[in-house]
Ligand binder design. Structure first.
Ligand code: PNS
Length: 171
């Protein structure tokens, strides 16, 4: 149950699929905010590997034993992020920043969101160094050709990836 006094942040993304880098950002976010809404973008025009429902399920399962699981809400959204943030009474949008290469697009998105709404602040969190090279795209590429993705994504994600990529084996 969300109440008005809580500081809620939205962590939006494609999460196709969730990686350990995303998990790291959620855990860092929970040190600042009372609740984090992990919001999967519903975007029919984007060719995703997993359906929005599959992605949400993987996220939920990945946090099922987390000590702070009651403060991690998994949801999906369509349309403008700032509208969704307002609807959820969120004070912030969290984005993970890995390297300089992320900066330009993130900066543009944050400024556009600020132009659209002054009520929500974008907060950038740095991923831990060990996740700096991980992205959903690179994970999918490695898994597609049977490369080991252990330690790069939570176990429920790895299991689901095996369904899509038969070459991916237990290693
Ligand atoms: O994980 P991603 O794909 O980098 O996440 C991108 C996301 C979902 C944060 C962004 O595409 C988004 O917010 N889309 C919603 C539409 C919107 O509000 N666009 C205006 C801000 S640029």
């Amino acid at each position: 149950m969300i109440n008005q006094e809580q500081r809620i942040a939205i962590y939006p993304g494609s999460f196709d699929p969730l990686t350990n880098g995303h998990v790291d950002i959620i855990e860092r976010g929970l040190k600042i905010f009372d609740k984090i809404i992990v919001a999967v973008l519903y975007n029919p025009s984007k060719n995703a590997l997993f359906s929005v429902e599959e992605r949400m399920e993987m996220i939920r399962k990945s946090f099922i034993n987390h000590s702070n699981k009651e403060n991690i809400i998994v949801d999906s959204f369509g349309g403008l992020l700032v509208d969704y943030a307002k609807q959820k009474d969120a004070v912030a949008i969290i984005r993970g920043m890995r390297a300089i290469s992320d900066f330009e697009s993130e900066f543009q998105m944050a400024l556009m969101n600020r132009k659209l709404s002054r009520d929500v602040q974008t907060i950038f969190l740095m991923t831990g160094l060990r996740w700096i090279f991980i992205s959903s795209s690179i994970l999918k590429e490695v898994a597609r050709f049977g490369g080991d993705i252990s330690g790069m994504a939570p176990h429920p994600v790895k299991c689901k990836m095996k369904e899509k990529f038969p070459l991916l084996k237990d290693k």
